[in-house]
Design a protein around this ligand. Structure first.
Ligand SMILES: [Zn+2]
Ligand SMILES: [Zn+2]
Length: 262
């Protein structure tokens, strides 16, 4: 089965292509399932890098129309990539129950941090990676999410791998296994290139130190393009992500169990 559950579109303001552009690309490569998961807007705050709240129904209709138009040719799913913020629980439930969103991908780009928010991309103390992991564990426990995207995204901060990084990994891998939510090997991390540090040459993410523990725990793993352009749906970096997962001995699944766990 050829699938991708982490797909963006032009609405998030940092991607190209309409939903249909991604569907056509998926058909060209003979995908079985294409899940659209653009960055979710929030009702009372604009966190940037995403569609405006006023566009949410346009996006939903666009996906619904593609579902009808290409029915029988490919399975198209309506999803969002969403952070987990404790204050937004009611909204996440509305998305799943009232907006007919079929699945949410957890992408913890920022997290609750002592009454404020902290960006996962600007962490300079590895202790904050443990706070990140705890916010993730709480998110995964809610049942809102079907997949956890780029679980090791804090690798982008290039902090030395220390005991806090191990603790972060243990918290995330244990909750993913406990709540049976697949972890994602993210091709966008591979697109960001290789770094050379005290561990040698490696991707910032997927970070091999994280995935060693995921492999040991036999955590379910999904490979995603996280494409922000249609031609990245199945490019060389997605193939590299597959090779990475194989080399790490990960428990890769192709089809995501979709269904509300609420
Ligand atoms: Zn994005
Ligand atoms: Zn994404």
């Amino acid at each position: 089965m050829l699938t991708n559950y982490h797909t963006h579109c032009f609405r998030c303001q940092h991607a190209d292509g309409t939903v249909e552009d991604y569907v056509l690309q998926a058909l060209k490569h003979k995908f079985d399932i294409l899940g659209m998961s653009d960055h979710v807007p929030y009702p009372h705050h604009d966190y940037g890098f995403r569609m405006e709240m006023a566009e949410i129904w346009d996006y939903i209709y666009e996906v619904e129309n593609a579902k009808k138009k290409y029915s029988g040719m490919i399975e198209i799913l309506l999803g969002f990539e969403s952070e987990y913020l404790c204050s937004q629980r009611k909204y996440y439930e509305e998305l799943l129950n009232d907006y007919h969103v079929e699945y949410l991908v957890l992408g913890q780009h920022f997290f609750d941090y002592g009454g404020r928010f902290k960006s996962s991309f600007s962490i300079n103390d590895s202790a904050d990676c443990v706070t990140y992991a705890k916010s993730v564990a709480e998110g995964l426990s809610t049942g809102y999410y079907s997949l956890f995207a780029h679980p090791d995204i804090v690798g982008i901060n290039q902090l030395p791998w220390d005991r806090n990084m191990d603790e972060m990994t243990d918290i995330i891998v244990e909750s993913a296994v406990k709540y049976d939510i697949p972890l994602e090997v993210n091709a966008n991390g591979i697109r960001r290139g290789i770094v050379n540090d005290e561990l040698g040459q490696h991707y910032m993410y997927p970070h091999y130190k994280f995935w060693e523990k995921a492999a040991q725990a036999k955590a379910k793993t999904i490979i995603s393009a996280d494409c922000h352009s249609p031609n990245l749906l199945l490019d060389e970096d997605v193939r590299r992500a597959r090779r990475f997962a194989d080399a790490m001995g990960l428990n890769v699944i192709d089809v995501l169990p979709i269904g509300k766990n609420l």
